[in-house]
Ligand binder design. Structure first.
Ligand SMILES: [Zn+2]
Ligand SMILES: [Zn+2]
Length: 228
């Protein structure tokens, strides 16, 4: 259903570049604007954090490797990708999200294919307010392009984590870990988590920890953009 709305919106505005309004050449944007997108080149191999100096891993991942095996991000969370993601997430511009997901599917090189993709869930209250989970729409497009199954209800968020910012980091992680519930069996599977933006990685880390606790063999992640 959501996907159908997504596709019809896309068809309607396919001809116009989402960024400059000129003629769209590629996934809803023109070649000139596509050139301007902030590609992520030198980044941590584990958490995709953009690095200034050439190195394989960021200091945080070297100190304490996270539970997920690796994150692949298509872009830096910088102009104009950040603007498109905000339009997608907060202004109901599903065309922007679809276009980004289509491009990301081509940019990201999936060397080790997961068994399935699972979007990071939204708490039902936020889902209700927004009307869609942006991570699910991204996962559906990646799944379609990569021909991987998508399980939108595998992970469920049970408690709103609005008070997160008032907690310190260990408390925040524990709070997050308890907020995920698994609805399907993941025994022995390689799960590919999908989100729109990766910021601190705390949510991803908690989801990965939960999946591994429940028997998943491996957890990797795919995101549109990574914040510096
Ligand atoms: Zn353009
Ligand atoms: Zn890292």
């Amino acid at each position: 259903m959501v996907y159908r709305i997504f596709s019809s919106l896309l068809n309607r505005s396919l001809a116009q570049c989402l960024l400059c309004g000129g003629r769209a050449d590629y996934c809803g944007i023109c070649f000139a604007c596509a050139e301007e997108l902030p590609t992520l080149q030198n980044a941590c191999e584990t958490c995709a954090l953009p690095l200034v100096e050439p190195a394989r891993f960021c200091p945080a991942c070297l100190r304490q490797p996270p539970h997920f095996s690796g994150v692949q991000a298509a872009w830096h969370y910088a102009y104009p990708v950040n603007q498109l993601i905000q339009r997608f997430k907060y202004c109901g511009d599903l065309t922007a999200g679809h276009s980004l997901a289509q491009m990301a599917a081509q940019i990201i090189d999936v060397d080790q294919r997961p068994d399935l993709l699972s979007p990071i869930p939204l708490h039902w209250r936020r889902y209700w307010q927004r009307g869609y989970n942006q991570a699910q729409l991204v996962a559906e497009e990646l799944g379609r392009q990569w021909q991987l199954p998508v399980r939108p209800r595998l992970l469920c968020k049970v408690s709103a984590t609005q008070t997160q910012s008032q907690l310190n980091r260990p408390h925040r992680l524990r709070n997050l870990l308890g907020s995920f519930v698994l609805r399907e069996d993941v025994e022995g599977l390689h799960i590919g988590l999908v989100d729109d933006v990766l910021t601190t990685g705390a949510t991803l880390e908690a989801a990965a920890q939960k999946l591994l606790q429940e028997g998943a063999a491996r957890v990797s992640a795919f995101v549109l953009a990574r914040t510096p």
